[in-house]
Design a protein around this ligand. Structure first.
Ligand code: MG
Length: 436
């Protein structure tokens, strides 16, 4: 009985503290609103690393009980995250009329959550949207119009520009080392950051550099191709290739923010537009019937923003449910089993290869609807290559379990099912799109 009394007493104390904290919370958030208003007025960024670091370092003197200090540190950290969210929400609401054309999607991954800003011209607001008030290693590709990286650099206090050769070969330890050494020589510390400006290769490599340098520093991604805008820039997969095996060494390292500026697509060759749209089409097929029918009824190649946003929403949901690809995230590999084989054998672009890889993985009804969409986009329906060579390439990087390979199939647009197929059946599927 006395124990119960003790428990009740302690609980009442907690309730009391909670009531006080609720009041303090409200007080704090009122002040945060005032800060947001001030920042809005003066065009200051929401992120303020220096202020955060200062606060965290003050903890020692605030909390007497050393046992509690780390708990308080994480409490304060999440309070600051919430404050930033409120500021961002507030800034968004204060920009009326912009809402329709701009979208800010929030990738909810607990402490690794981040905003994906989809907005025409946001490249020019990088200084306001990102914390560039520190050393920034901007990584860009040789073929990416230089003006994009320079636009970002122009908004940094201490920019460093690293241009990598175009193509998959740049996802190597040699190029990674180059970037890391440049950062080392420039005296980058843990509070500095890396910013990718370019396509998927740039993002994967720069992201991995950020994940490695001093065991991980902040990373921003500014994708400038359709493929990277709809797919690779979000989700936190970073990697380099190892002995010709794609993405063999890497890390899950989420960006702190992603800026998607559809204006950058104006310099992209048409073939690369449709190449990227193939991944958006994939997203529609596995999870969003509406997005798929958008491809049927509208001109996806010109109405890219709508398509990008819908595809991002699909990817966001999948990544939120399964960040580390333990299950659900595998559905994003729809079309990729055969696609990767075709890509490595023929050298076709990634999206083009995935488009081909999707064809055999659909039900007859879905295929009958998919083919006209691919035709409309100008994506290939078949490729000349040796099916056996493609099969060998597929088997090379696919793990088997109980003599079967797991693939993703689409029975109805907007849905998926996982299926285990025998290698010989997979060969038949390949033959649907690969002919000598
Ligand atoms: Mg892909």
């Amino acid at each position: 009985m006395r124990h119960r009394m003790k428990l009740e007493k302690a609980r009442e104390k907690i309730a009391n503290a909670d009531r006080q904290m609720a009041k303090l919370f409200e007080e704090r958030m009122e002040a945060v609103k005032a800060v947001a208003d001030y920042k809005k007025e003066h065009g200051l960024p929401v992120e303020d690393k220096a202020q955060e670091t200062k606060k965290i370092s003050e903890i020692g003197s605030l909390i007497g009980d050393p046992e509690l200090r780390p708990y308080y540190a994480s409490f304060l950290q999440s309070t600051m995250e919430i404050s930033k969210r409120l500021q961002q929400e507030r800034l968004r609401r204060q920009a009326p009329g912009k809402e329709q054309e701009n979208a800010v999607l929030r990738m909810e991954l607990g402490p690794d959550s981040y905003d994906i800003v989809l907005e025409r011209g946001c490249l020019h607001r990088a200084g306001e949207l990102l914390d560039l008030n520190r050393k920034v290693m901007i990584v860009t590709g040789e073929l990416v119009p230089r003006k994009y990286a320079e636009t970002v650099a122009g908004q940094c206090t201490e920019p460093f520009l690293h241009i990598i050769p175009s193509g998959e070969e740049s996802k190597s330890f040699a190029v990674l080392e180059d970037i890391l050494v440049t950062m080392l020589n420039a005296g980058f510390t843990r509070s500095d950051c890396v910013c990718a400006v370019g396509g998927g290769v740039v993002g994967d490599l720069a992201g991995f550099a950020a994940a490695c340098y001093m065991r991980g520093i902040d990373f921003y991604n500014v994708p400038t191709t359709v493929l990277s805008q709809v797919d690779s820039s979000i989700g936190g997969k970073t990697a380099v290739n190892l002995r010709g095996v794609k993405n063999m060494a890497g890390a899950f390292w989420q960006p702190k923010k992603v800026l998607i500026d559809p204006d950058t697509l104006s310099t992209l060759p048409p073939r690369h537009i449709t190449n990227g749209l193939a991944e958006a089409l994939k997203a529609g097929l596995i999870a969003d019937e509406k997005l798929f029918s958008l491809f049927e009824t509208e001109d996806a190649a010109t109405d890219t923003e709508k398509v990008i946003e819908a595809a991002l929403r699909v990817k966001k949901k999948v990544v939120e449910a399964d960040e580390r690809e333990n299950g659900l995230r595998k559905i994003l590999n729809f079309g990729h089993t055969i696609g990767h084989g075709i890509e490595s054998v023929t050298g076709m672009l990634h999206g083009e290869s995935v488009a081909l890889g999707m064809i055999p993985m659909c039900s007859d009804e879905v295929r009958a609807r998919l083919i006209p969409v691919l035709e409309k986009l100008g994506l290939p329906l078949s490729v000349r290559a040796d099916p056996d060579t493609v099969f060998a390439a597929v088997m090379h990087d696919k793990k088997m379990s109980a003599g079967k390979i797991t693939v993703v199939k689409v029975p109805v647009p907007g849905s998926y099912k996982m299926e285990s197929v025998l290698p010989e059946d997979l060969k038949d599927l390949i033959k649907m799109v690969v002919h000598v």
